[in-house]
Structure formats: structure tokens, C-alpha cells
Design a protein around this ligand. Structure first.
Ligand SMILES: [Zn+2]
Length: 335
């Protein structure tokens, strides 16, 4: 009985001084476990005389009950302490700020481009995404058998309608609605039935421009696009005009700018050439004027178009156009 009192005091001291769940558990094993001295006393009861056995047995049971309750209390104390302080909580760390939303990179690029062209005297025109063959192709000098249609893998809809493959039909609609002079940009989404890869998406963004008046010359086109590219990339950027072909302009040019990622040295964005093709442009083909009821002997004009996602890719170094359509917040927070 004397030894039981000593064992009790040792166990109580161990439980009360434990500061972690692990320390408490090892104290439990040592003082109440299968190999503990208290347990050995329990097992030795059968060797005692009957009256002794009864008295010691009751004392051992009471001791086990008492120590069990103290053990549970010590466990609660450690759990409470762990919840309010201790290694899990570092009060010196800065708090977590809520994320603030912002505009999509394509939206920001559109706003930047529109801002530049507004200062150059262009107004914004919009049109439907569901178009007909006339506005999307025929009025743009692309009749049904025109080979350039092969490049426009078109999503057709019931009733002869289609999803516009470029924003050029907006130019047709504006010219049909009013006489020249016209000076517009048409920003928006276009659709092609492409197999998506790093540089092709079935939805993409374009911005087109159109200027029609008397005596518009190609030198003005070159001047406006040079001014635009200087505003966008700085006055020191290299610009190159190359002959090109588009059904709706004659003559046509393609415009390259020096790669802004590698500054012309060659990288994956420019495929090692140091140049990136950014714009298609040209003088409006007389057949387009005829299609909208303008007299090609009276008016001339120029048109240009560019890929808005491509502009952002080139400024940011993003190398996969599909990222702009996936709405992955990890991407959108970075660009
Ligand atoms: Zn490059």
C-alpha cells in the first residue's frame, strides 16, 4: 500500500509536467502501461491472501481510476495550449491578404490598343459574332471557290450562318451603313475550327482597322502603323514591311517587329529569327468597295488587322495561346 502511494505521486507529477502529447503518451506508458509497476501489482494480486487481496485490489482500482481522470485532464490541457500558441502559430508572420481581382490580360491589351488608336482618330465599331457568308467572305472578295477560304476553317451553324472567322465583316457592315469618310477599329473575338496547340486556339482575339476617304495612300497606312508600333513598343523598335497577300487588300503587306523578348537576338517566341509577324494590312481592294456600294474611282482606303492575344504574348513572353482561355487563376495572377 505504501508503494502504491509512491507510484501514485510519481504518476501525478509526470502527467502534470508533460508539455506535449508525445511526452504525455510516454508518461502514460511508463506509469499505466502493460509493463508498469501498477500493472504488476494488479497481476500479483492472485498470490495474496484473500483479505489482503480485497484491500489491495480496491486500492489499485481506485488508483487506476484517479490516474485515468488526471491523464485525460492533462491531455485536454495540452490540446488547449496547442490551439492557442506553441509551434503551430507564429504571431510574427504577416497576415494573408485577400486577392484583389483585376482585368483579364486580353482585356487590358484591348484597352491599350484602343487607347492608342483613339488618339490617332479612330472610333470603335462592333458587330455580331454570328455572321453570314456575304459579310464574312463574299463582300471581302472571297467567293465560295476562293482558295483563301481553306485557311478559314469555319464553324457553320444552321440556316447558312457561321461564327465569324475574323473581325473584317464589321468593316463591311459599317461601310454599308454610311458613306465615307470612315475611320474605325473593330476589336473582338473570332472563331476557327482549328486543332488547338500552343499557337492556335479555336477562339482568338483580333483588332482590325479601316480608313476610307478620297485619296488615301499607302504612305498613310505605313505612317499610322509605324506610329502605333512606336506607341506600343517604344520608338527604338525595329519594324519591317514585307509584301503579303490577302483577298480583300491590294497591294498587301505583312508587318514584323523586332522580338521584344530577346530584343532581336533570337529566342523561342520568335523561333530564333529575332522578328515576330504582328500585322497584316493593305489598300482596300476595289471589289470590296463595289460589294458595299462605294465607287472605287471615287474613294480609296487602307485596312489592317492584328492578333490581340499575340500582342500580349509577345510583350509578356507567354508561349501558349491556350492559357488565355482556360481561366486558370495561377496564370491570370502572374500576367
Ligand atoms: Zn525573340
Amino acid at each position: 500500500m505504501e508503494r502504491l502511494r509512491e507510484l501514485r505521486d510519481e504518476a501525478v507529477a509526470a502527467f502534470e509536467s508533460a508539455v506535449s502529447a508525445a511526452a504525455l503518451e510516454s508518461a502514460r506508458v511508463r506509469h499505466l502501461g502493460r509493463k508498469s509497476e501498477i500493472n504488476q501489482v494488479s497481476r500479483g494480486l492472485k498470490d495474496l491472501a484473500e483479505d489482503e487481496r480485497r484491500a489491495v485490489g480496491r486500492a489499485v482500482n481506485e488508483l487506476k481510476n484517479e490516474l485515468g481522470a488526471l491523464l485525460a485532464a492533462a491531455g485536454d490541457r495540452i490540446a488547449r495550449a496547442g490551439a492557442s500558441s506553441g509551434p503551430g502559430l507564429d504571431l510574427t508572420l504577416p497576415g494573408r491578404r485577400p486577392w484583389v481581382g483585376r482585368k483579364h490580360p486580353v482585356t487590358r491589351t484591348f484597352e491599350r490598343l484602343e487607347g492608342i488608336f483613339r488618339t490617332l482618330g479612330f472610333e470603335v465599331a462592333l458587330g455580331p459574332h454570328v455572321e453570314d457568308e456575304f459579310h464574312n467572305f463574299e463582300a471581302l472578295n472571297m467567293p465560295a471557290d476562293h482558295p483563301a477560304r481553306d485557311m478559314h476553317d469555319t464553324f457553320y451553324i444552321e440556316g447558312g450562318k457561321l461564327l465569324r472567322t475574323h473581325t473584317s465583316p464589321v468593316q463591311i457592315r459599317v461601310m454599308q451603313s454610311r458613306p465615307p469618310p470612315i475611320r474605325i477599329i473593330a476589336p473582338g473575338r473570332a472563331y476557327r475550327n482549328e486543332t488547338p496547340d500552343a499557337s492556335h486556339a479555336s477562339e482568338f482575339y483580333q483588332l482590325e482597322g479601316l480608313y476610307v476617304d478620297r485619296d488615301v495612300r499607302i504612305g498613310e497606312l505605313k505612317g499610322v502603323l509605324t506610329k502605333f508600333l512606336h506607341e506600343l513598343y517604344g520608338e527604338d523598335v525595329g519594324i519591317r514591311f514585307r509584301p503579303g497577300f490577302f483577298p480583300f487588300t491590294e497591294p498587301s503587306v505583312e508587318v514584323d517587329v523586332e522580338c521584344r523578348i530577346c530584343e532581336g537576338k533570337g529566342c523561342s517566341v520568335c523561333k530564333g529569327t529575332g522578328w515576330v509577324e504582328l500585322l497584316g494590312a493593305g489598300m482596300v481592294d476595289p471589289r470590296v468597295f463595289q460589294a458595299v456600294g462605294y465607287d472605287p474611282d471615287e474613294v480609296t482606303g487602307y485596312a489592317f488587322g492584328l492578333g490581340v492575344d499575340r500582342i500580349h504574348m509577345m510583350m509578356s513572353g507567354v508561349d501558349d495561346i491556350r492559357l488565355y482561355h482556360e481561366n486558370d487563376l495561377r496564370f491570370l495572377r502572374q500576367v
